[in-house]
Write a protein that binds this ligand. Structure first.
Ligand SMILES: [Zn+2]
Length: 134
């Protein structure tokens, strides 16, 4: 029996982020009042509490903040992907992003340069951020 995979459910705050990934662009929210960039997508700026938002395209460059290798699937449909390495990246835009490492030969280290890539999922309905050594 094939188990259906779980995918994110976009909302009005996150839809431009998911649309950007599908178009091979990493889009980040930027407060329209104070200019602070934030990630993950959310309705309110945590610096000035403005609800006015713009979107800006990120460089896709960053460095490794930390990582975790998962040997246990959080959902049965992901068992075939194990082990999975989740990397938290400090993007050049001064926000953090979590992505799956898709560079199996690499030996990770804190501060190592990485680049965000894109991977289609759900028959192209979604793309997710994935990471490679830069
Ligand atoms: Zn703001």
């Amino acid at each position: 029996m094939e188990i259906e995979r779980l995918y994110p459910l976009p909302n009005p705050d996150s839809q431009p982020y998911w649309d950007g990934l599908r178009d091979r662009r990493l889009m980040l929210q930027q407060c329209a009042d104070c200019g602070t960039i934030r990630h993950y997508p959310r309705p309110v700026c945590d610096q000035c509490y403005s609800m006015e938002v713009d979107w800006t395209e990120a460089s896709r460059r960053g460095t490794v903040h930390s990582w975790s290798v998962s040997h246990h699937a959080f959902h049965p449909s992901f068992k075939a992907d194990l082990p999975t390495t989740f990397v938290t990246v400090d993007l050049e835009e001064n926000v953090r992003l979590v992505g799956i490492l898709r560079d199996p030969e690499v030996t990770l280290s804190i501060g190592m340069p990485v680049q965000v890539g894109f991977e289609d999922a759900a028959d192209g309905a979604f793309s997710i951020p994935v990471l490679f050594a830069a």
